[in-house]
Design a protein. Sequence first.
Length: 364
Amino acid sequence: MGFKCGLVGLPNVGKSTIFNAVTNAGAEMANYPFCTIDPNVGMVNVPDPRLDRLFKECKTQVKLPAVMQFVDIAGLVKGASQGEGLGNQFLTHIRECEAILEVVRCFEDEDITHVHGTVDPIRDVEIIETELMLKDLDTVEKALVRLAKTARIGDKNSKARIADLEKLKDAFAQGKAARDVELSEEGPALTKEMGLLTAKPIFYCANVHEDEISTGNAHVEKLKEYAKARNSDVVVICGKIEAELAVMEPEDKEEFLTELGMEHSGLDEIIRMGYHILGLRTYFTAGEKEVRAWTFEAGWKAPACAGVIHTDFEKGFIRAETLGWDDYVKHGSWNAAKEAGALRTEGKEYVVQDGDIMHFLFNV
């Protein structure tokens, strides 16, 4: 388990280039709109030094990292919500993602055509987000028509939903995204059920030239200001650099990043930010055959985390032998921690912490 992230943006902003770089999936690239029609999907291992350490020290046969799924969705255009540029088809693909990464062109290049003729990141972002909002407005208006019929025959649930949908409709008219609207307690479940696009967390990828990766430029600064005002974040990335990093050995990669003045690759930053905005955490399992990273949502209790492995683990949960990451580092191994009394037995109410090493006992 990881998460599914949709890459959106106008045509010719470098989405497919970045997708190829971070996934090595070989999506088609070309200097014309709608090069990508069907979504390209790529799986990326989530880098985690803790898993690397566990694998080395446990001397197991297999290391299985958590994964992140990228979906390269075809370039959107103005009017996509009404079907322009096959927009309805593309917007449907976004519904299936947990988060949206909007790739924004922040570089000047006369050889690469911009669909609107000039580079203006704020204009481009607003075009995309307006189309997402218009699509959501259409979804909400259709739902209101359906619910009005059931409310007339006394369905209380329909009446409650109508109140939330009316709030959303008014918010869209004011240019506000669904994620920024205060709804009832049932509101978040409703927006998720309806697949509202603007309810999904969004962050931005500023695509720059290679020589601007550490310095940025005026376009990047404008995008950062825009994102900050909307409680969002920006990752600065260069597709060419990411493509080079993707084929390097770990030690060469570290040296290359140092030369560029970068602490992490753009892919690492995207994954880190995606986990942050979705409230995701990682726990580990370690046995004779494999060590593995598992993704869960912050606040989940032990049975729910066990269910990430298999639903039977959650249904038949008895207890979880648990070792916190700091205790593992302190003692150096599961057995040493157990002898020192650091190994804990946790029950159904235990809230799993990031970095926990766990062994579940269950009965089915």
